[in-house]
Design a protein around this ligand. Structure first.
Ligand SMILES: Nc1nc2c(ncn2[C@@H]2O[C@H](COP(=O)(O)OP(=O)(O)OP(=O)(O)O)[C@@H](O)[C@H]2O)c(=O)[nH]1
Length: 496
């Protein structure tokens, strides 16, 4: 689907031209009082105006750039702060061009286009499709046909994606709306949030899987950037299903609670309802999306953000119909016998504040925060899978201390190796000595044995010789032996 939006409404800024908050560098460079560079410079007593004037000069050829003061580089005492000693601040001698970086990013972003995924959750008939169509001023949702009487209704919560490429003043946005038909529509709504949690997690898983691929040139990001949760305009407080849903989802998605069809409540009722909702949210420690506050923000932005925050949860009215007011104006709104509720009138509802936060000022912030929620999910998943992170990887490293630490470790390793080698050597020597001792003993024993046997032989031979000399027989004759047996014996003796 490719849709083109109508003209931007009166009093709104052309988005292709940098707005006051998006293009601090290009627009504010003309104004010395608000340039972030100058502010930093004034705090640290530095004059870094070269870039600011340079940027101005690059864009406006009609007005010559004011002369850039040529001053010597700042002396930063290295002893004062070792953490920043490596950063030496220098003043520029002329226009370098990096002041133009925001414009480069701006042009590239416009060329690439943007994408945004928004989920809408709430019971049937609370005005989800009407609000999406009102927000983006387009008929993203076609008019629905009611199910025929007697036809079987789905018994589970569904997840439906509607995508459209919309364009406003040359800026393209791929908008995906994730609808959750069936949520809260059953008699028992226990676990009706399960399919929604599963869908959000599976989108994270898909992204994680793509990140782990070898080729990550093109990541298809369909993570949910914001979830508009529609609260029934009961005027009481949050229901159990609202609390349970938000408790389960707040760590996985940017939650934006809205009071649906707030035109059905009076102003006082809306105020007290909001207070009770906020008390419930705080009590149950539910984190809803709030515009983050940054230090360098200008007063206008701070004021804008606090106004937006004061309206949470947004009491909204949705309508795409243009109607005539009593004073002859054509407005988007809902007509009642007692008058007209104007969608774009801040006195009537908070629709404009919701749109301002979601689309005009904090869409990028929502996307950035989605990244943080994804990171939390990813690390939890990794830890659950047993992947451990070495905390020392992130500690700050002082090169000298690191070198000393490495040398100590190296020395310790060397002495450990030396001690081990000594031990092995000693063991080997002991083993060798024991072996030598053993073979020495064996040699002695054999020597002794041989000596004894030789002594014995010598004694016997001496005895024989004496017998032969004396003429006596070699062996004394024993009865019945005869000459043969004597011979045999003498042979046997001689052999031995
Ligand atoms: N009074 C009032 N009626 C509204 C508002 N927004 C929508 N409606 C009406 O409520 C009815 C249902 O609106 P839808 O936008 O279709 O509601 P839905 O939540 O998308 O409904 P499902 O598609 O069934 O989930 C329609 O008749 C709308 O005109 C509102 O802010 N105030």
């Amino acid at each position: 689907m490719h849709l083109k939006l109508g003209d931007v409404r009166g009093g709104e800024v052309d988005p292709i031209r940098p707005t006051s908050r998006n293009a601090d560098m290009s627009n504010n460079s003309n104004s010395h009082s608000t340039s972030p560079i100058e502010r930093e410079g004034s705090v640290e007593n530095e004059t870094m105006t070269a870039s600011a004037h340079g940027a101005h000069g690059a864009h406006s050829s009609a007005q010559p750039s004011p002369p850039i003061p040529q001053t010597a580089p700042l002396n930063v005492s290295k002893e004062q702060s070792p953490a920043v000693s490596n950063i030496v601040r220098k003043k520029l001698g002329g226009f370098v061009g990096f002041a133009n970086l925001p414009n480069q990013v701006h042009r590239k972003s416009v060329r690439k286009g943007f994408s945004f995924t928004c989920m809408v959750v709430g019971e049937s008939g609370l005005g989800k499709s009407t609000l999406v169509n009102t927000l983006f001023e387009t008929s993203l949702y076609q008019p629905k046909t009611l199910p025929e009487l007697g036809s079987e209704l789905s018994s589970t919560v569904g997840i439906e994606n509607i995508s459209a490429d919309i364009e406003e003043n040359g800026v393209r946005l791929k908008l995906t709306v994730v609808d959750t038909p069936g949520f809260g529509d059953f008699i028992n709504n226990d676990s009706s949030w399960d399919p929604i949690v599963t869908s959000i997690e599976s989108r994270f898983d898909q992204y994680l899987e793509q990140e782990n691929r070898v080729n990550r040139a093109k990541l298809n990001d369909n993570r949910v950037n914001a979830c508009i949760y529609f609260i029934q305009p009961t005027g009481h407080s949050l229901r159990q299903v609202d609390i349970e849903f938000m408790r389960r989802l707040h760590t996985k998605v940017n939650l934006i609670p809205v009071i649906a069809k707030s035109d059905t409540l009076s102003e006082e009722e809306v105020d007290s309802f909001k207070r009770r909702i906020l008390a419930d949210i705080e009590y149950h420690k539910i984190e809803i999306f709030k515009a983050p506050a940054y230090e360098m923000e200008d007063d206008e932005t701070i004021q804008e953000n606090s106004e937006i925050e004061s309206k949470i949860p947004f009491a909204i009215v949705g309508s795409t119909q243009t109607i005539q007011t009593g004073d002859g104006r054509s407005v988007r709104g809902r007509s009642y016998p007692w008058g007209v509720v104007e969608v774009d009138n801040e006195e009537h509802c908070d629709f404009t504040k919701l749109r301002q936060m979601m689309i005009r000022t904090h869409m990028e912030e929502l996307k950035e925060n989605t990244g943080i929620l994804y990171e939390n999910y990813r690390s939890e998943k990794m830890l659950a899978m047993g992947v451990q992170q070495d905390a020392t990887v992130f500690k700050e490293v002082n090169p000298t201390a690191k070198a000393v630490e490495e040398k100590t470790l190296h020395d310790a390793k060397l002495s450990k190796m030396e001690a081990e080698m000594k031990l092995v050597f000693q063991q080997k020597v002991q083993e060798k000595e024991a072996k030598l001792r053993q073979s020495e003993e064996e040699l002695y024993a054999r020597h002794r044995e041989m000596k004894e046997s030789l002594e014995k032989q010598r004694g016997e031979l001496d005895d024989k010789r004496r017998r032969l000399e004396s003429g006596r027989p070699l062996t004394p004759e024993r009865g019945g032996g005869g000459a043969q047996s004597t011979q045999k014996k003498s042979r046997g003796f001689l052999r031995s």
